[in-house]
Design a protein around this ligand. Structure first.
Ligand SMILES: C[S@@+](CC[C@H](N)C(=O)[O-])C[C@H]1O[C@@H](n2cnc3c(N)ncnc32)[C@H](O)[C@@H]1O
Length: 276
């Protein structure tokens, strides 16, 4: 395992159960979860064989199992896998679990070609890959069945900057060199930084993710942003969304806009789905 991959594994081993809480921690994050689920709902049918690649603590995996899918948990972090398995067991869904496997999405050689109906790689595992993103997407495509679906979500370059602006993060936009703002805009890469707990990451643009999927010979690519309408305004959404009617309106606007091709580069996460 490369030094960086080891660092990612260690980071998520330490991160532990916080990863389970993340998607349910705020109204904004719950909208993020609902949009990711909405994006693939028509393919998550009973009996579908699903690879959850970079499953983390299993928030999505538990939902896939609840929908009747047969789920394989896969992650680089043994601790995240342990939590994900525990969450599936706690939900009485162990019979929906096909396998629990530790590994790196750049090497899925433990799976044969054409194995899964649906391959999901949500919550930005690809953003933790500095070298070999092409290989990872090719591997994810290889293990999908012919006509199967591959869905990815990654960190968006413009979305992260909008979030920092919206949250009025102090001493950021006046400290361009220190925060590598030009480098992130030009290359997408944020190197390891003394004030960022995460390992080095890559932030994507829509055209780049689309190109990666095309190179992997995936077809009929659909892009989305999540959250998109709300990105950069999480505090406002968390406050105003306490009112049920306001929450419903915000969610409705998200659902109407999140796959709008002219808007997708404005979301926190960038999503893409395609058919093999
Ligand atoms: C932010 S979490 C997302 C978890 C889950 N998919 C979700 O969206 O809630 C990112 C996960 O990707 C995993 N990961 C990062 N790089 C990976 C790699 N190269 N191969 C497999 N898993 C990886 C991490 O260990 C972590 O559990």
């Amino acid at each position: 395992m490369s030094k960086h991959a080891e660092e990612v594994r260690e980071f998520y081993n330490q991160y532990g159960a916080r990863e389970w809480d993340r998607l349910n921690s705020t109204i904004y994050m719950r909208i993020n979860f609902l949009l990711h689920m909405d994006f693939m709902k028509e393919y998550l049918v009973p009996g579908a064989k699903v690879l959850d690649a970079g499953c983390g603590a299993g928030r999505y995996a538990v939902e896939f199992a609840r929908m009747g899918c047969e789920v394989t948990l896969f992650d680089i972090s043994d601790e995240q896998l342990r939590i994900a398995k525990e969450k599936v067991d706690e939900a009485n869904l162990s019979s929906s679990l096909n396998a629990v496997i530790q590994g790196d999405i750049r090497d899925l050689s433990m799976f044969q070609d054409d194995t899964f109906d649906v391959v999901i790689c949500y919550g930005a595992p690809l953003s933790y890959i500095i070298e070999g993103r092409e290989l990872a997407v090719k591997e994810l495509a290889r293990v999908a069945k012919p006509s199967g679906m591959v869905a990815l979500s990654v960190n968006n370059k413009w979305g992260i900057l909008k979030m920092l602006l919206g949250n009025q993060y102090p001493d950021f936009f006046n400290n361009k060199e220190y925060w590598y703002i030009d480098q992130v805009i030009e290359t997408g890469d944020l190197p390891r930084h003394e004030q960022v707990s995460h390992p080095a990451r890559h932030f994507f643009e829509a055209a780049e993710l689309q190109a990666l999927m095309s190179q992997a010979k995936l077809q009929d690519i659909t892009l989305a942003g999540s959250p998109l309408f709300s990105c950069g305004n999480s505090n406002q959404v968390n406050e105003m969304g306490k009112d049920e009617k306001a929450y419903e309106t915000i969610l409705d606007i998200e659902l109407r806009t999140y796959t709008n091709p002219t808007m997708v580069d404005n979301g926190e996460f960038l999503l893409a789905k395609a058919r093999k």
